[in-house]
Design a binder for this molecule. Sequence first.
Ligand code: FAD
Length: 429
Amino acid sequence: MSSANQISRRDLLKQASTLAITPLAISPKKWTTINQNYSNKPSAVVVGAGAFGGWTALYLLCQGYDVTLCDTWGPGNARASSGGETRLVRCMYGDKRIYFDLARRALTLWKEHQAQFNQQVFYPTGLLIFCQMEHYDYAEQARPLYQEAQMPLERLSPDEIQQYFPLARTDDLNHAVYDPSAGFVLARQACAEVVDQFIREGGTFRQTHALPVTTQKEALEKVKLSDGSTLTADCYVFAGGPWLGSTFPELLQDKLRVTRQPVFMFGLPPQFSTTLAKQPLPTWMNRDLADQERHYGVPGNDHRGFKIGWAPANVEAFDPTHDNRLVHPKEVKQARELLAYRFPFMKDAPLLESRVCQHTDTFDKHFIMDRHPELTNTWILGGGSGHAFKHAPALGELASHLIAEKEQVPALFSFSRFTAAAGFTQQHH
Ligand SMILES: Cc1cc2nc3c(=O)[nH]c(=O)nc-3n(C[C@H](O)[C@H](O)[C@H](O)COP(=O)(O)OP(=O)(O)OC[C@H]3O[C@@H](n4cnc5c(N)ncnc54)[C@H](O)[C@@H]3O)c2cc1C
């Protein structure tokens, strides 16, 4: 199991006990405002200040664009998919190099950017994946990528899990995979910090609804705002998350599906709250024998409680503007049982908060980052499919390169992949 690229048990223990409480060693490097050197700047309007839009707006400044960013309810608002408390950050994506590379780049950028932010948003707590099966393919397929990048990825026996993370139940486990590079980000706070940085760097933010006004030509003419006024620009970027389908119904309604996702935060029992505030558990996931049970959690952040969520087997369609965001009592019961199963000390924990968020899925769970097939000056960014937030800074950087024509659209994120498929008639992987 041990190799030169893997950390030793001693290092692992040291990291597990110090990562979460050690201040991040980030140089106070100023983020480069290259845009100041441009004259006759091209202009861009970005609609949506969530994970995709906020970071794209920020990085378009870096490409020399004069950028106006619009959001109906503001960055990381309570209806937005990016409006939750926390989001897991991990590079592990099986053998999918594109996501490994994006997540790795994002890790660097989260750390660099938060040196400019008013608060820490990335918490390197590590990630522990509890596996009942002997081989968790997803992790094993990722191992060569971790090794190549000289990033540790540990396999722990139940005894070792007990030793390092004694609060977790282990009697049903074959092993756990521990990824010390992973952690979580504060989601809504990060969105707000991005827009703050965007404004500091010279961007214009407007809290307004913005809808495309098309013409007969092959380009978008303008966007119409809530107050009836319009904005024109050289290029338009639509990053409206779960609202993209209603903004471009003909193009996107059969390509995106918005689904209801409940999450729960439970209060730590008083006897554990001090210890865990100082030394939080890693973020975690459960994998059962058939790799069907997919629960995940963040064991405590900013006094908001121990979070648990899961991918429901039968997803319900969700209207992000009008649908009810209350959880069902049976879901609270299920959340409590799942949590107490893996972390028995949480058995009688009080529910502090619950939320209903939404995913915006594509049929293959890959993002859309491409030019509108009919409007040459218009870009569509979204289809986060429940896993975009961690990548957000790298997605913003990539989008800015695509729009400035410095990089080609990755085939995986293109509209062309939908042509052979009939949207959701295709099987999910
Ligand atoms: C419960 C839950 C848990 C998740 N966990 C993780 C995780 O652990 N790790 C991870 O990486 N990802 C996770 N995700 C996924 C991630 O949060 C999303 O993929 C990501 O936030 C999507 O960002 P977005 O920019 O596409 O959409 P949003 O965040 O919804 O942003 C869209 C924005 O556009 C605005 N808007 C829309 N239409 C208009 C318009 N016409 N005019 C003006 N403004 C408009 C909205 O107000 C909104 O602010 C999770 C998602 C959920 C719901």
